[in-house]
Design a protein around this ligand. Structure first.
Ligand code: PXL
Length: 246
């Protein structure tokens, strides 16, 4: 059985981050090690959420795993809450991600806005985390903060392709833009493999409602499919299909 590790928070209620990644990746037949970065009563879209930082645990966890000689087939980072956690994510890639599949979801923004607590400086630093990834999976808002470009609600295919090219210049091998809609009623993902220059796309019927945490569900499914050896196109199809099935 493949074994991976994912680093993100535990939002106790809210169907996102580890409460999505752990069950989904496990159900896809991949052993899922976790690095919980913090415990929150809910994700940060609820008012008055509690927050307990676990950053201090991360270095000792990595050191113990090294002493035990653990290895992983893939590493996937989701929501990270501080500059220190970004630095620890980079250490995780160096120490456990060498030659393995490294996927970064630069969770920090949606609908044109940064999530509470995040800044452009954080997005700038997130760039160096993205640079170490095989695949990054931002939405269009996150891409605009990563690239320091204005967020656009209206866009066309050339804009999407140009954005993907710029994202790959950050240093990742492949970039996927999630939440892309190029025709009414269809929503999906558009990707670029910078090695081959090929673009990939996958779409599903757009759902009538928006759910927080859909990006985490998408990334977890996509990552587990790749770890299971699915082709890049098939992993995109599985990830675009799954959130519409549940
Ligand atoms: O799904 C992204 C996410 C994960 N974790 C926390 C969040 C969010 C989005 O707001 O607040 C704590």
């Amino acid at each position: 059985m493949n074994r991976i590790v994912t680093m993100q928070d535990v939002s106790c209620i809210g169907r996102c981050s580890l409460t999505v990644a752990l069950p989904v990746i496990s159900a896809m037949g991949v052993e899922c090690g976790v690095i919980p970065t913090a415990v929150l009563s809910t994700h940060t879209m609820f008012r008055g959420f509690t927050f307990h930082d676990l950053t201090g645990e991360i270095r000792p966890i990595l050191d113990h795993w090294k002493r035990e000689g653990f290895a992983f087939d893939g590493v996937y980072t989701g929501y990270l809450g501080s500059f220190e956690q970004l630095a620890l994510a980079k250490a995780l890639f160096q120490e456990f991600g060498e030659g393995k599949l490294v996927v970064v979801d630069p969770c920090m923004a949606d609908n044109g806005k940064l999530y509470p607590g995040f800044t452009q400086e954080f997005a700038d630093e997130m760039r160096s985390v993205c640079a170490m990834a095989d695949v990054i999976v931002p939405n269009l808002t996150e891409a605009s903060f990563l690239l320091q470009e204005p967020y656009r609600t209206e866009y066309d295919e050339p804009y999407v392709q140009e954005t993907l090219r710029k994202l790959c210049i950050l240093g990742c091998k492949k970039a996927v833009l999630t939440g892309i809609s190029l025709e009414p009623g269809r929503l999906g993902a558009y990707a670029l493999d910078s090695d081959s220059g090929f673009y990939y796309q996958s779409y599903q019927a757009e759902q009538p409602a928006k759910f927080h945490g859909t990006g985490d569900l998408w990334a977890s499914t996509f990552f587990a499919a790749l770890v299971r050896g699915k082709s890049f196109q098939k992993a995109l199809d599985i990830a675009c299909d799954y959130p519409t099935e549940t």
